[in-house]
Design a protein around this ligand. Sequence first.
Ligand code: ATP
Ligand code: MN
Length: 479
Amino acid sequence: MFNKRSRIKELLGTDRTGYEAVVMGWVRTFRNNQFIALNDGSTNNNLQVVVELGQYDESILKRITTGASLKVTGEVVPSLGKGQKVELKASSLEIIGDSDPEKFPLQPKKHSLEFLREIAHLRFRTNTFGSVFRVRHSLAFAIHQFFNEKGFVYLNTPIITASDAEGAGEMFKVTTLELGTPPKNEDGSIDFKEDFFGRATNLTVSGQLEGELAAMALADVYTFGPTFRAENSNTARHLAEFWMIEPEMAFYDLEDNMMLAEEFIKYIISYALTNNADDLNFLAQRLEEEEKQKPQNERSEMGLIEKLEFVTNNNFERLTYTEAIDILRESNHNKKKKFQYQITEWGVDLQSEHERYLVEKHFKKPVILTNYPKQIKAFYMRQNDDGKTVAAMDILAPGIGEIVGGSQREERLDKLVSRMNEMNISTDELDWYLDTRRFGSCPHAGFGLGFERMVQFVTGMTNIRDVIPFPRFPKNAEF
Ligand code: ATP
Ligand code: MN
């Protein structure tokens, strides 16, 4: 067996010394032909490996370069150096993979995030991305654990779908037809009968509608899968391919939905705080240094850890869309025309600048906005008695804006059908969806959490492209 090794995190996690260990990892630095900082991805803390002077030929020492992979056997001994309790005194050392220092793009110095994005295949080897992806993993695990503890069923909804009526965003088409010469109908339109599925298909923008079908039998379900939006938004919070968590619950109203979403967010953040302390401390420090580059008035008032603890320890502010519009309209910010989009009247969709004003300037905590105008929300949201609003809820987070979008769903068949007709959504195409309202319909609700926005929030990374291993965005599908 090749891989009988100890994780560096385990070695560094105790004071225990005087035993033999085998470690494998990648060289971060090699000083004085004597001290190797070795990293194996289990933690940002490197293991100091000490090679005695004269123990190896010059020819071997020359190959211990940044990026090379090594297997080292040795005794774990107390460390005299600062910053670590133990180190490894090498008794044998094998170079598993060389790394030409002239060509390896990562040098032991600070690289910009933009540069690292261009070499995303190597950026895992930096402290920042090591931490980000370990935290991302923990959050994913915590999400499954949260729902499992609550008795939810994990549901996999289709990635290729034929429904095009969700209106959640621009879609990517999926086809096996020849691009140049697709078969045509008599009227000149493309004849999808010849296509793989015999009809037009696309990549899913949301698993919600299918989630609702399952919730009408399994009661509490959630999805956690990839979603795709061909929206041309070059922002720090939009990707063309992102992961979404979509719980859907029978016998839930808007209030139940809000309570679940808040509990859920607090749970996964607490999980990371408890289980990723080292990584979060590292990221907090990274963020603090990044903030120092900004002018005073743009810096955040709280550090990363402080912000996360604050969110887990305080109730989210709840208010209606209408109340939010009043606050925004009356704000000095609006009066002094500091918003790019002025708030003039009820009914307008909120831009991210407005959302951020509410959470960062006005309430200084996460906010749940409810009861939006029906014109700016999807057809399936439950219509309120006022005839103007629907039972929607968005959760807005500091630094990110919208992190959750959800609603109580319209369970009344007649109301749903009339709204679909108003919005020109084909009831024929969604006949299967309407069946849920025909047979044992019940109040139900759900929401979607954008996973990368959550990872951004917890890691403090400014750009969403830096919290997914290989980001997809306009004009970029590398790796
Ligand atoms: P936004 O207004 O920010 O574009 P949205 O209203 O389009 O969001 P929904 O359709 O409600 O978002 O999707 C549910 C959740 O998915 C959002 O709350 C957000 O967390 C996330 N999300 C939406 N679009 C993207 C995207 N392009 N990249 C990453 N996450 C996204
Ligand atoms: Mn959007």
